[in-house]
Design a protein around this ligand. Structure first.
Ligand SMILES: *Cc1c(COP(=O)(O)O)cnc(C)c1O
Length: 363
């Protein structure tokens, strides 16, 4: 129950439900071994270089963090070949969604989102008092043509998850260029590239070169491919004046000192990144061929997770998987009640998931 004195835009919100923690499931079902394939976390754990750097950094936590993320900013600017002033860091890339809304969206402004997509866009836009325009996906893919038709003079911002979560599909270079063509230049496009590192497709759009010429905010994260979800660090890239607007509304110490140190080290851990990408590629191949063999429909994924169609029994199967110690995401919160979303894990985890799923399906 939300207090009656809450702002009108807050009272109507439904709180975001994260994936279940492993410890809760162990306790609830008296299990000793539980695997979590529900939050698209890194199957291999954190980057070892990040962990080593963290150990060295703990003695400094009595100090406030560097409010500008100087070291991380410098390294990342060099790696991405962008102006350091075009970068902003957040407490996860989630925070950048909030900062963009806080910096650019007045109550009553229109914000365009897709459905189903990352739920935070709509939730936070509503919290800001924006008028949210929802455009359905078409066959599990963003329908950018339809999203452009709803743009009006009141539209301030358009959110695009590329690749999308929870579908795992991506917008192509051609589709994105067509979307940008003739889009009023005042409309801000928020391009959420949380799964950027996983994409292998040649027709995936490279957006950084377009940041200089457009009202475009691109965000990425250390939570997924770099394995640092628990530390909360993500970044955004945009024209320096747009970054300045977001900087003006962020808390000075939004990225903690351990997160900064770990992200800086993880950035250099190319070995860990390649091992992660290899694991995901192999796991995706295994899971899709097993699902095909069972004639279970699934959406082609460019990411480290797969959306699987199970039909009307999906929620029940998710529950049975839970009782077998396999946490997956049940999708009714996204209005995809016939589906589950499964994060690609290690091969041991993937096999355990498939075995449990087969048991559930043949019961
Ligand atoms: C996981 C995810 C994020 C961000 O995660 P942070 O941990 O806040 O960086 C952002 N967008 C999408 C679509 C995601 O799936």
């Amino acid at each position: 129950m939300i207090d009656r004195r809450a702002r009108a835009s807050v009272k109507s919100l439904t709180t975001y439900q994260p994936g279940k923690p492993i410890e809760d499931v162990k306790r609830q079902f008296k299990l000793t071994s539980v695997i979590k394939l529900a939050s698209n976390e890194n199957a291999l754990g954190p980057s070892p270089k990040a962990v080593a750097a963290l150990r060295r950094a703990t003695s400094g936590v009595h100090r406030y963090p560097d409010a500008t993320c100087r070291e991380l900013r410098g390294r990342l600017a060099k790696k991405l070949r962008v102006d350091p002033a075009s970068l902003i860091f957040g407490n996860g890339s989630d925070e950048l969604i909030v900062l963009a809304l806080r910096a650019f969206v007045d109550p009553g402004d229109e914000v365009v989102v897709a459905a189903p997509t990352f739920l935070i866009y709509e939730l936070q836009a509503r919290a800001c008092g924006a008028s949210v325009v929802v455009v359905p996906l078409k066959e599990y893919r963003y329908d950018l043509r339809a999203m452009k038709t709803v743009v009006t003079p009141h539209t301030k911002l358009v959110f695009i998850a590329n690749p999308d979560n929870p579908t795992g599909t991506y917008v192509t270079k051609k589709e994105f260029s067509a979307f940008l063509r003739d889009l009023p230049s005042d409309v801000i496009v928020f391009m959420d590239e949380a799964y950027y590192e996983f994409v292998e497709a040649g027709d995936y759009p490279q957006t950084l070169p377009q940041v200089r010429d457009r009202s475009l905010i691109v965000t990425r994260t250390f939570s997924k491919a770099y394995g640092l979800a628990g530390l909360r660090v993500g970044y955004g890239i945009a024209q320096p004046p747009m970054i300045a607007a977001m900087e003006a509304v962020r808390e000075p110490f939004n990225v903690n000192s351990l997160a900064q140190v770990a992200a800086t080290a993880a950035l250099e851990d190319t070995q860990f990144l390649s091992r992660t990408l290899r694991t995901i590629r192999e796991g995706r191949r295994y899971l899709t061929s097993e699902l095909d063999a069972l004639h279970v429909r699934h959406v082609p994924s460019a990411t480290n997770f797969i959306l699987i169609e199970l039909g009307p029994g999906a929620a029940e199967i998710a529950q049975q998987l839970l009782e077998r110690g396999v946490i997956v995401r049940e999708m009714s919160g996204w209005k995809l009640s016939g589906c589950i979303r499964v994060t690609i894990g290690t091969m041991t985890e993937n096999r355990r998931f498939m075995q449990a799923l087969k048991q559930c399906l043949t019961q």
